[in-house]
Design a protein around this ligand. Structure first.
Ligand SMILES: Cc1ncc(COP(=O)(O)O)c(C=O)c1O
Length: 473
C-alpha cells in the first residue's frame, strides 16, 4: 500500500496514541471513584481552541488527545458520583472498553454480521431474563425515545393493520398514558400520524400512578365516539418522581378492551430485577412490549436502549422490507427488519460485557444500592427543618425536595435559584423540576459510584446555599 493510502492511519504513532489515551482514561476512572471539590471550567486557552476554524493540516495526535481530554474535563460528566441531575448513567468501565472495541471493528448490525448478530440476540435474551420479561426478544436502539416510537409503531400496525402501507385512512387512533408519562410518547404519536391531540393523559392516584379506573372509562368513551385505541403506555419509573404505574391493573384494562400494552421502563425497569422493588412491577409478564435504557440504570455508556416485544414478528410487520440490495441470511430477522435504523453500531456489546464481566447479581446490587440511597435521602431530608419532601416515600431512586426558608416569599423562585446556585458552585450537580406547579430539586440516583457520603454532600450543599434568601433577588 502506498503512503497516500495510509495518510489517515496513525501509523508509527499508534502505540503512543493508545498509550496516551489509556493514561487519560485511567486517570479519569480513578478520579470518578471519588467526588472532586469543584468542577473544572474552560480557561482562556480552551476557549480559544474551541473557537478555532477548520484546520487544513493536522497536528500531532498526542497533543490532540490531550486537548480532547481537557474538553472532557471541563464538561459535565454523568460518570461522576455527585451527578444527580435528570436521569444520569455511569460510563461503566467495561462499557467504554466495549465501545472502543466495537467502534474499532465498526461492525454494522444492519443485516447479518455473523457472530456479532448472534451476540446481539443473546444480549437481548439475557436482558429479558434479567428483567423477568418473557420476551420473544427485542432489539437495541439509540434511546428510550426511539424504543418507544418503535414499540408504538408495532402497536399501531396491530390495531390498524395495513396502516404502514395505506396510512390511517378514516381511522381515529388514540394512545393512553398517565399525565406524568415522558413526552417521548407524545413525540411517537406525532411521528406515527396518531397526533399529539389523540394522546389521552390519564389521571394519577396519590402515589402519582396512572389510575386504571379512569383509563377504562376513557377507552370506553373513545370507543363509543369511534376512536381506535392503539396502545396503553404504562410508565414504570416516571421521569418526574419515579412513580411506577400498576402494570397488573392496566393489563386487566388492556385485556378487557383488546389494546396493546407497552411499558416505558426507560428509566425504572431495571428495578424489576431487585428484591425490594420487584413487587412494583407485578404483571410485567402480561405486557406486549417494553422499553429499557441500558444507558440509564444499567450503567453502560450512551447510547444503548432496548425495545423488547412479546412477539418479534410484530416488529417485522411494521419495519421489514424486501430490497434488492438487502440480503436475508442467518435464520432470523435482520435488524433492519425490526428497527427504524439501517446503519447500526454494535450497542449490545457493552451490555453483554456488563453481564459477562460483572454478572447479573452485581447489577442487581448496584440498582438496589441506588434505591437505598433514595430512601436515605428521603429520611435525612425529612429530619431537617429547612426542607420538605413529597408525602410518599420514593418508589425508585428519585427524591424531589425543596428548601422552605422563613421569610423567603417566593419559594419557587428560591428553589429555582438554589438549583442554579448549586450548579454554579460545582460540588454536586442537580436539576430542578416542577411538580404540581411548584419547583423542587429533583435528584436521581442511577450511578453505581454514588455512596451515602455523596448523598449527604448533596444535602449539606443544598442546606448551606439554600439558607440564603437573596439567591433569587
Ligand atoms: C420514562 C422515560 N421514557 C423515555 C425517555 C427517553 O429516553 P432517551 O433520552 O434515551 O431517548 C426518558 C428519558 O429520561 C424517560 O425518563
Amino acid at each position: 500500500m502506498g503512503d497516500n493510502a495510509l495518510s489517515l492511519s496513525l501509523g508509527a504513532r499508534r502505540e503512543a496514541a493508545l498509550a496516551r489515551t489509556t493514561e487519560h482514561v485511567l486517570r479519569a476512572w480513578n478520579e470518578f471513584d471519588h467526588a472532586r471539590d469543584r468542577e473544572t471550567v474552560a480557561d482562556e486557552d480552551l476557549e480559544e481552541l474551541l473557537a478555532a476554524s477548520l484546520p487544513e493540516h493536522g497536528s500531532d495526535v498526542l497533543e490532540v488527545i490531550d486537548q480532547a481530554t481537557e474538553v472532557l474535563d471541563a464538561s459535565i460528566a454523568q460518570s461522576r458520583p455527585r451527578y444527580f441531575a435528570f436521569i444520569g448513567s455511569s460510563g461503566l468501565e467495561v462499557g467504554a472498553l466495549a465501545d472502543l472495541l466495537a467502534h474499532s471493528y465498526d461492525t454494522n448490525l444492519a443485516v447479518d454480521a455473523r457472530a456479532a448478530t448472534e451476540l446481539e440476540w443473546q444480549a437481548g435474551r439475557w436482558l429479558a431474563q434479567f428483567l423477568g420479561f418473557p420476551a420473544g426478544t427485542g432489539t437495541f436502539t439509540s434511546g428510550g425515545t426511539i424504543s418507544n416510537i418503535t414499540a408504538l409503531a408495532s402497536a399501531r400496525e396491530a390495531a390498524i393493520p395495513g396502516a404502514r402501507e395505506h396510512g390511517l385512512g378514516g381511522a381515529k387512533p388514540t394512545v393512553y398514558c398517565s399525565t406524568e408519562a415522558h413526552y417521548s410518547i407524545t413525540r411517537a404519536a406525532e411521528v406515527l400520524g396518531i397526533g399529539a391531540a389523540q394522546v389521552r393523559a390519564i389521571g394519577i392516584d396519590d402515589e402519582r400512578r396512572m389510575r386504571a379506573d379512569l383509563l377504562a372509562e376513557e377507552i370506553r368513551r373513545d370507543r363509543i365516539k369511534g376512536y381506535t385505541p392503539v396502545a396503553i403506555v404504562a410508565t414504570t419509573g416516571t421521569t418526574l418522581t419515579g412513580a411506577v404505574d400498576p402494570i397488573d391493573a392496566l393489563a386487566d384494562v388492556a385485556q378487557e378492551f383488546g389494546v396493546w400494552l407497552h411499558v416505558d421502563g426507560a428509566y425504572g425497569l431495571p428495578a424489576a430485577a431487585v428484591a425490594s422493588r420487584a413487587h412494583l412491577f407485578a404483571g410485567l409478564e402480561r405486557v406486549d412490549s417494553v422499553t429499557v435504557d441500558c444507558h440509564k440504570w444499567m450503567f453502560v455508556p450512551k447510547a444503548c436502549s432496548a425495545v423488547m416485544v412479546r412477539d418479534v414478528a410484530s416488529l417485522a410487520k411494521v419495519f421489514a422490507h424486501d430490497e434488492a440490495y438487502m440480503p436475508h441470511a442467518g435464520g432470523h430477522f435482520n435488524a433492519v427488519d425490526i428497527t427504524l435504523e439501517y446503519s447500526r453500531p454494535f450497542r449490545a456489546l457493552k451490555l453483554w460485557m456488563l453481564f459477562a464481566v460483572h454478572g447479573a447479581a452485581a447489577v442487581r446490587e448496584a440498582v438496589e444500592r441506588n434505591c437505598d440511597e433514595a430512601q436515605l435521602l428521603y429520611d435525612w431530608v425529612r429530619a431537617r427543618p429547612l426542607f420538605e419532601t413529597l408525602e410518599n416515600r420514593p418508589q425508585l431512586s428519585i427524591v424531589p425536595f425543596r428548601a422552605l426558608v422563613e421569610g423567603c416569599e417566593d419559594p419557587d423562585a428560591h428553589n429555582d435559584a438554589l438549583c442554579s446556585a448549586i450548579q454554579r458552585d460545582g460540588r454536586v450537580y442537580v436539576s430542578p423540576a416542577t411538580i404540581d406547579g411548584r419547583v423542587w430539586l429533583r435528584p436521581c440516583f442511577t450511578n453505581f459510584r454514588t455512596t451515602p457520603e455523596d448523598v449527604a454532600a448533596l444535602l449539606d450543599v443544598a442546606e448551606e446555599l439554600g439558607r440564603d434568601c437573596s439567591l433569587h433577588a
